[in-house]
Design a binder for this molecule. Structure first.
Ligand code: SF4
Length: 353
């Protein structure tokens, strides 16, 4: 890896920032300098595409326009607005972090890395993004896009799948960052990674091609170096929408920690290939009849795939322990993860309310 000399560094910053200011996409969180709104957008954008985030961001800011609004909201309402965006712990952590700002920092988001990093859910990237974009503090904000861009420009061949590699990129950004306009510098790197220096880079359109070592050596598609992920585990699941004689549906809330914490779901049991009514009796504690097939699909998490077979059934029994019956309107209102919503959508098509 080699950094540029002073003159080249200046020219690189200028080329990147000029391009960013002229070409940046028109995104709702780029029209505000409200640090809380920028924080929300950065949390939503983690692992999630820009196009997906836009409507969620707009609804979220409309419903919780201030730190106080989010701090005082019911967690269930927050999760409901996050429904479909995935990685729900982000929403819970965001609300917890916002509560800390309200109670411990007089509703002012700390404008230094040490304090902002203590807030729940604020990692090195989010801290740097909020500090540079909202407060103009020259701090690094290194995510996968930024590592891809810089690994190519500076021919950094360290494995980005290893967590400590991020430190190398953070140091590089701290050296290169524009002290006058750290917001446009960081966002320029992110934008370049999102639109031009993508996994299959479009180098002929690139504003910083002249500075790019990988391009000059024809190695841009070899970078970044990223070792293979571990093999994903697949779990076969039965998910059964069970309705009682009053037309109410049986759901349970997931535990408050771990995957999809606190979200609501239909009885979800591992599918061992045996008789479905017996599996449900043994695992859920309820007898069901009139089994109808609804939908088969896979739901992919970062480390795990659920191979789901969805059914609908009826019962004349009471709700077993840990479950409750809900009217269709109540089911609509509960925060549900995407796979549960898919089954619910299919169940609704099959039943006349
Ligand atoms: S020249 Fe190509 S590889 Fe280099 S930064 Fe630009 S898009 Fe990326």
């Amino acid at each position: 890896m080699q950094l540029f000399d002073q003159k080249l560094e200046n020219a690189f910053r200028k080329a990147l920032i000029t391009w960013y200011l002229e070409e940046k996409r028109d995104l709702p969180w780029r029209k505000t300098s409200n640090p809380y709104h920028i924080w929300v957008s950065e949390v939503m954008l983690q692992q999630t595409r820009v196009e997906t985030v836009i409507p969620y961001y707009e609804r979220f800011i409309e419903k919780f326009p201030t730190l106080a609004d989010l701090a005082g909201a019911k967690e269930e309402d927050v999760l409901k607005l996050w429904e479909g965006l995935g990685y729900y712990s982000r929403a819970r952590n965001l609300q917890a972090g916002v509560k800390e700002v309200v109670t411990e920092y007089e509703s002012r988001i700390p404008a230094n890395r040490k304090d902002i990093s203590k807030l729940k859910g604020v990692g090195p990237y989010t801290a740097g993004a909020v500090l540079s974009i909202a407060f103009g503090v020259p701090e690094h904000a290194v995510d996968g896009n930024v590592m891809r861009v810089l690994s190519r420009i500076l021919l950094i061949e360290e494995d980005i799948a290893i967590p400590r590699t991020r430190k190398i990129f953070e140091e590089v950004v701290m050296k290169l960052i524009d002290k006058e306009d750290p917001s446009s510098f960081n966002q320029g790197l992110m934008e370049l990674g999102a639109t031009i220096c993508t996994p299959r880079p479009r180098c002929l359109l690139c504003p910083v091609r002249d500075f790019c070592t990988a391009f000059h050596e024809g190695r841009q598609e070899e970078l970044p170096v990223k070792s293979k992920k571990m093999k994903m585990k697949t779990v076969p699941l039965l998910s059964i929408a069970i309705r009682n004689t009053e037309g109410k549906w049986l759901l349970a809330q997931r535990p408050s920690k771990g995957l999809l914490a606190n979200m609501w779901e239909f009885p979800n049991v591992e599918n061992d290939g045996g008789d479905i009514q017996e599996i449900v009796k043994a695992n859920v504690g309820i007898t069901i009849g009139s089994l109808t097939s609804l939908i088969d699909f896979k739901h992919v998490f970062s480390h795990l795939t659920w191979d789901i077979t969805g059914y609908m059934a009826v019962t004349d029994q009471e709700a077993p322990e840990g479950f409750r019956f809900f009217t269709p309107e109540e089911v609509e209102a509960l925060p549900k993860a995407v796979p549960v919503q898919k089954i619910w959508d299919e169940a609704k098509k099959s039943v006349v309310f």
